[in-house]
Write a protein that binds this ligand. Structure first.
Ligand SMILES: C[S@@+](CC[C@H](N)C(=O)[O-])C[C@H]1O[C@@H](n2cnc3c(N)ncnc32)[C@H](O)[C@@H]1O
Length: 389
């Protein structure tokens, strides 16, 4: 069963969180709406179906390949029960997930407001309105439409009692997702089930001194795969780390900016400034052969190779106690991408359990990832500190 590997933790449930705004009204749902990397719609759809099946809720997905949008329509059970169990940061391929309430076809494009108000009037109330489009239309016409609709739609929804007078977190947020000028999906979002980021995308600023754009990838991983408290716990000044396949040095550079002393392993050339940095030791070696002389806090690995090979080597690092934490990318094949991720996670789980190592493994396709997913494996005191047993 695909999903984030839960070696010491079950899928997070809403019962462990504070009272959800979902309990404040009656919302009738038709499915789930998710955004993912364009081209990964099938994997995202499968992920939603897997989560739904755990709640004995079933449905089917409508996929337009290359759009980055998945509309999973429920055919049996309540999609709200599924949505309540989702935490988007724990999804692998979905970067945003909403609970879809209404699939609205606009017949008269001179009035898009009335059909939306009529559809939503009988349901529960919302604390904020977002009108958005996940689609990249070249002329930006959908973006313009979303912008133009915001003021009249907000006013009409407020008058109808659908939208609260002032913004509030006590109620779910309403997302009107424009898939075309004639097609709007009304969806509900609460956090952390849905991402608080617009379109689920973190907007990170690339710093010119970074040796490569890959620096954004590792920054996003730390930002989105850990809560602020977890991040503070696992990433500290004075730690030591190893970067396998480090050149030209984006990941090493990022770790050094966090105060971590790094050993950068690659046959390729590291950026000159990094070579001269006293916090960096460069080793020209094979990343699949290199072994640390003593245990480190972090191993990170961005080598482009077969995912199973990378996974085995990362399992070596964790099982032989060479590192406490590992962050690495699995480059996915063109086909059977889901199977590959599943097989790799299963293998890692077997290795860690075989070595009697308690761990928490998180997997995510980040916005800055391409044909790959990022894996974060956490062992040691992290598990007791955050009660993952
Ligand atoms: C995608 S790049 C890494 C980019 C790097 N993370 C950054 O932020 O700049 C992959 C690197 O892996 C290196 N590489 C490939 N196979 C390797 C191996 N077996 N051992 C060490 N490095 C390897 C390549 O030389 C290349 O520099």
């Amino acid at each position: 069963m695909i999903g984030n590997a839960r070696m010491s933790q079950k899928y997070p449930t809403s019962s462990s969180r504070k009272r959800s705004p979902l309990s404040s009204g009656k919302y009738s749902a038709i499915g789930l709406l998710a955004y993912c990397r364009p081209g990964f719609e099938a994997e995202c759809a499968q992920e939603l179906q897997n989560i739904a099946s755990l709640q004995f809720v079933y449905g089917y997905s409508k996929i337009d390949k290359g759009t980055g949008v998945v509309f999973w329509r429920c055919s049996q059970g309540n999609p709200l029960d599924v949505y309540k169990e989702i935490e988007v940061s724990r999804c692998i391929f979905a970067r945003q997930v909403f609970c879809a309430l209404h699939d609205i076809e606009i017949e008269d494009t001179t009035d898009r407001v009335s059909p939306v108000v009529e559809a939503l009037r009988p349901g529960g109330a919302f604390g904020f309105l977002h009108i958005e489009t996940p689609l990249e239309d070249e002329a930006g016409s959908l973006q313009k439409l979303a912008k133009k609709l915001t003021a009249p739609m907000s006013a009409a929804l407020r008058n109808a009692g659908v939208l609260s007078k002032a913004k509030t977190d006590e109620l779910p947020q309403l997302h009107l997702v424009c898939l075309s000028g004639q097609h709007i999906i009304a969806a509900l979002a609460v956090h952390p089930n849905s991402s608080a980021l617009p379109l689920g995308i973190p907007r990170l600023r690339f710093r010119n001194e970074a040796p490569s754009r890959s620096a954004l990838k590792i920054e996003e991983a730390f930002l989105t795969m850990l809560t602020p408290a977890e991040r503070e716990f696992v990433l500290k000044r004075g730690q030591r780390g190893v970067d396998l396949g480090a050149a030209p040095g984006g990941w090493t550079w990022y770790m050094v900016t966090q105060g971590v002393k790094m050993t950068a392993v690659d046959h390729g050339a590291l950026q000159q400034e990094l070579l001269e940095d006293p916090a960096v030791t460069y080793v020209s070696d094979d990343g699949y052969v290199y072994k640390p002389q003593r245990k480190v806090d972090w191993v990170v690995c961005d080598i482009v190779d077969k995912p199973k090979r990378t996974m085995e080597r990362m399992a070596d690092w964790l099982c032989y106690d060479w590192t406490t934490y590992a962050l690495f990318n699995l480059k996915l094949p063109m086909k059977t991408r889901m199977d590959e991720v599943e097989a790799c996670l299963q293998r890692l789980q077997e290795r860690l359990l075989g070595a009697d190592i308690e761990s928490e493994v998180r997997v995510k396709q980040l916005y800055h990832d391409r044909e790959e997913v990022t894996v974060l494996a956490l062992t040691g005191h992290f598990l007791t500190a955050f009660q993952k047993h």
